[in-house]
Design a protein around this ligand. Structure first.
Ligand SMILES: Cc1cc2nc3c(=O)[nH]c(=O)nc-3n(C[C@H](O)[C@H](O)[C@H](O)COP(=O)(O)O)c2cc1C
Ligand SMILES: CCCCC(=O)C(=O)O
Length: 362
């Protein structure tokens, strides 16, 4: 068998694909989506279909399917996140750029100047660095910050440890290159652990959300909310939106699939702020289900990386277009003429996704 040392493609593939520990959450996510059934409606007027246009924090997007922040796009394409940004622009949707991008946030903005973009944030231990990043983001036209709240420490990704994952020489961490280095000292395990140790503020807690409010006027989205208590707390701490996510099942194994906790998180915010969603979205029907259960936009992680690996910008655009055409078909067959028609009534077994189901004797 090839070792990762001899076959870097395996190392990169494993990094993109893998989940935490036994990958139980990763492997049950498809079943969770499929256990939710859609209600087909007869004789909806397909000619009257209006489309998938919607809004994100008041900004127009052509489709509710957006690009989630995923680190290190240059592992599979030399244009990295600039190619992904152009794909989002080509389909008039939103890109959320990772703090750990290979292209800098400025390069990405320049690659697709008119595109709607937001920046995902992992915080540095230095307030000066954080302030600098917020200022750079604002200046480069990013419209919100998505603060990741599920990664206080890195999940146990066994494949990365076995492969001793590290970035190849010459590939920088564009956005944070001026504050940290990608040099790995050759310790045991995954180089990601070392990147985290060198840069990330793992003691960043709820009170710091209040602090960063002082540093920026950009809207703050909390990414990685997984229960109604934290959803309510996000409102209490002044978040402008929450993003229900289990980080692509890469953090804590044996948590529910994020689609299973979406409804309770929606209840937690009680209509006060927008709710976004990611985790295992692979079909237009998944998008429809997430919107029906209360999300106003969904994000895709790995599918964009597979598109990028296969055909660069065009590959990512193809993924977005296929998903959006599946969404349109599902909307028509459930008699939804526009995104606002995608309500809870489109789903039959929504009870399966609520905590009541988990305890009910049926
Ligand atoms: C390779 C990879 C890198 C990721 N990097 C980040 C990141 O830098 N910041 C972040 O908040 N989430 C990151 N995520 C999580 C995604 O934003 C998203 O929550 C998840 O991938 C959605 O699930 P999906 O891959 O099943 O679509 C990453 C996910 C993957 C697969
Ligand atoms: C600190 C984590 C770096 C990227 C990431 O979020 C992921 O690989 O899931």
């Amino acid at each position: 068998m090839w070792g990762a040392k001899d076959n870097p493609k395996k190392m990169f593939h494993d990094y993109y694909q893998s989940g935490a520990e036994g990958e139980h959450t990763l492997n049950t996510t498809r079943d969770a989506f499929n256990s939710i059934k859609l209600k087909a409606r007869a004789l909806g007027d397909a000619d009257a279909f209006k489309g998938t246009e919607t809004t994100f924090l008041g900004h127009k997007i052509a489709s509710p399917i957006c690009l989630a922040p995923t680190a290190f796009h240059m592992l599979v394409n030399p244009e990295g996140e600039c190619a992904t940004a152009r794909a989002a622009a080509g389909t008039k949707t939103l890109q959320c750029l990772s703090t750990w991008s290979n292209c800098s946030l400025e390069e990405v903005a320049e690659a697709a100047p008119d595109n709607l973009r937001i920046l995902q944030c992992y915080f540095s231990r230095s307030d000066e660095v954080n302030k600098d990043i917020f200022e750079r983001a604002e200046k480069a036209g990013y419209k919100a910050l998505a603060v990741t709240v599920d990664t206080q420490i890195l999940g146990n990704r066994e494949a990365d440890a076995e492969n001793k994952f590290s970035l190849p020489k010459g590939i920088k961490m564009g956005t944070i290159a001026k504050y940290t280095s990608t040099h790995v000292t050759g310790v045991e395990g995954s180089g990601l652990d070392e990147y985290v140790r060198k840069y990330k503020h793992n003691g960043f807690t709820w009170k710091d959300i209040l602090k960063i409010r002082q540093f920026t006027s950009l809207p703050i989205i909390l990414k990685g909310i997984q229960c109604k208590e934290d959803a309510a707390k996000a409102v209490e701490y002044g978040a402008d939106a929450i993003w229900v996510s289990n980080h692509g099942a890469r953090q804590l194994d044996t948590t529910p699939a994020s689609i299973e906790v979406l409804e309770e998180c929606v209840q937690g915010v009680d209509g006060k702020i927008e709710v976004y969603f990611d985790g295992g979205v692979r079909r237009g029907t998944d998008v429809l289900k997430a919107l029906a259960l209360g999300a106003s936009a969904v994000f895709i992680g790995r599918p964009q990386l597979w598109g990028l690996a296969i055909d660069g910008q065009k590959g990512v655009e193809d993924v977005l277009k296929i998903l959006n055409s599946e969404l349109q078909r599902s909307m028509i067959l459930t008699d939804c003429q526009e995104v606002k028609d995608i309500t809870k009534e489109r789903v039959i077994h929504s009870a399966y996704c609520s905590p009541k189901y988990l305890t009910a004797k049926i």
